[in-house]
Design a binder for this molecule. Structure first.
Ligand code: ATP
Ligand code: MG
Length: 448
């Protein structure tokens, strides 16, 4: 056809979460939220758009995110420089300082939501992706570091994910990193022939981040580089030892990875990542670390902080690779009706059944019309409902409804006629009775 309309597609690297996947996301979100609650973490929701300067300050100018991944734009109404948040810590810490949340003591916070980074889309790496994050503000010791790590372990346990391992490191404080940095630059300069273009660019701006390289040609050289751990002073070492002691006492397995770093000045001491081998190159499902100097750089009183962020898409994919849970049914009851009077009755009854706490799908007309009785029953079967409630002309005349079990064995499906005014009680009894002994139970039409 000549006047064919343009079809739109989602922005590259940004995904729709379709109803088929929604139950899995819901299971994931409910699990994480109930674990966070069980550790006393409180929800905080911050805007998706913030001033661009906030992220430059919070994340650091010489980082992948700020150098090349931010969705930044000018507000055409007033010229403000704005950015779609690439991560959640900056907004959370901004809110803590702005609302003086830590004035009456430390806070345990969590958030979830979409983040935006202009990266090359690939498996496990998108331009809009979802994170769950936690931030513990105002706690100084290694106990809170251990708590955050163990909270993550509980999430993996509750989800039945047993192939995620913990990598741990300490990056000390700014002064310790300064001494390490001098030796590191000297080491890299002595190995200049092995450095790729990105590493050469970062050599003086952010040499620590070179340790993070994924370039296979550089692995050998980087593995032999001076280790930050060897530069830690007494306090940093004591913090790290304190953390390991709690983890050991709680049977948390980990490997110390000296190459695990954060290339920013206000990240300090503990850094950790949860990694899986099941997802290919994008195997980090959660990353966290301490950022004691950050709140001060936001104009707040010196207040320690530590947090983590989980990549939800990667964890959902991991859940999928371990077998998907059975799709839950759309409703308890599907209402089938024929004729205008029956439709009116069906509306009234559907509302009453919902009042009683059950989920009801009421058959509604499509462009092809209301549909035959047979096609409506097909929809009822497909909905996964335990019962169809049927109202036809005869039922209207006799002031009854027909209740048909959809989950009995083939051929044994029972249909009963119930007075209209008794229908709600009867249906609630049936659904609850059926739920108690399961669909294969002979007794599932008993009454209480
Ligand atoms: P990478 O080195 O893989 O780019 P990162 O250091 O940028 O990771 P963080 O900023 O620490 O990642 O984000 C925490 C978690 O969020 C990551 O471990 C990952 O699970 C997830 N994540 C980060 N970027 C993306 C993305 N573009 N798409 C999907 N998930 C992401
Ligand atoms: Mg990244």
């Amino acid at each position: 056809m000549s006047d064919k309309k343009e079809k739109f597609t989602a922005i590259k690297g940004m995904n729709d979460i379709l109803p088929a996947d929604a139950p899995l996301w819901e299971l994931f979100e409910n699990t994480v939220e109930s674990v966070l609650k069980s550790y006393g973490y409180q929800k905080i929701v911050t805007p998706i758009v913030e001033e661009t300067g906030l992220f430059a300050r919070a994340i650091g100018a010489v980082t992948d995110i700020v150098e090349k991944e931010m969705y930044s734009f000018e507000d055409s109404m007033n010229g403000d420089q704005l950015t779609l948040r690439p991560e959640g810590t900056a907004g959370a810490v901004r809110a803590v300082v702005e609302h003086n949340l830590a004035y009456d003591g430390p806070k345990r916070l969590w958030y979830k939501g979409p983040m935006f980074r202009h990266e090359r889309p690939q498996r496990g790496r998108y331009r809009q992706f979802f994170q769950f994050g936690a931030e513990a503000i105002g706690f100084a010791g290694p106990d809170i570091d251990a708590e955050l790590i163990m909270l993550c372990r509980r999430v993996w346990d509750d989800l039945g994910l047993d192939n995620i391992r913990l990598e741990l490191n300490s990056i000390g404080n700014a002064e310790e990193r300064q001494r390490h940095r001098a030796d590191l630059i000297a080491y890299f300069e002595a190995n200049a022939s092995v450095l790729d273009a990105e590493a050469q660019r970062r050599l003086h701006a952010n040499p620590l981040r070179i340790l993070d390289t994924k370039n296979p040609a550089m692995q050998d050289m980087v593995n032999k580089a001076p280790k930050l751990l060897d530069y830690l002073g007494g306090e940093s070492l004591a913090h790290f030892e304190g953390l390991k002691k709690i983890l050991d006492a709680n049977n948390v397995q980990y490997t110390v990875n000296p190459r695990l770093v954060r290339g920013l000045d206000y990240y300090n001491r503990t850094v950790f990542e949860w990694v899986t081998d099941e997802l290919g190159a994008q195997g980090t499902v959660c990353a966290g670390g301490r950022y004691d100097p950050l709140i001060e750089t936001f104009g707040g009183k010196p207040t320690p902080g530590i947090g983590f962020a989980m990549g939800m898409e990667r964890l959902i994919e991991l859940m999928k690779s371990q077998g998907e849970p059975a799709a839950p049914s759309q409703c308890d009851v599907y209402m089938v009706h024929q004729g205008e009077e029956a439709q009116m009755k069906a509306f009234i009854l559907a509302e009453r059944i919902r009042d009683a706490g059950l989920d009801v799908v009421l058959h509604c007309a499509t462009p092809q019309g209301a549909g035959s009785f047979k096609s409506q029953m097909k929809k009822a079967d497909g909905s996964g409902a335990a019962f169809a409630v049927i109202i036809g002309e005869d039922e209207v005349k006799n002031e009854v409804v027909a209740v048909k079990s959809l989950r009995g064995a083939e051929g044994s499906a029972q249909q009963t006629s119930v007075a209209f005014d008794e229908a709600v009680d009867h249906i609630v009894d049936q659904v609850i009775g059926g739920g108690e002994c399961g669909p294969d139970c002979d007794e599932h039409h008993h009454h209480h």
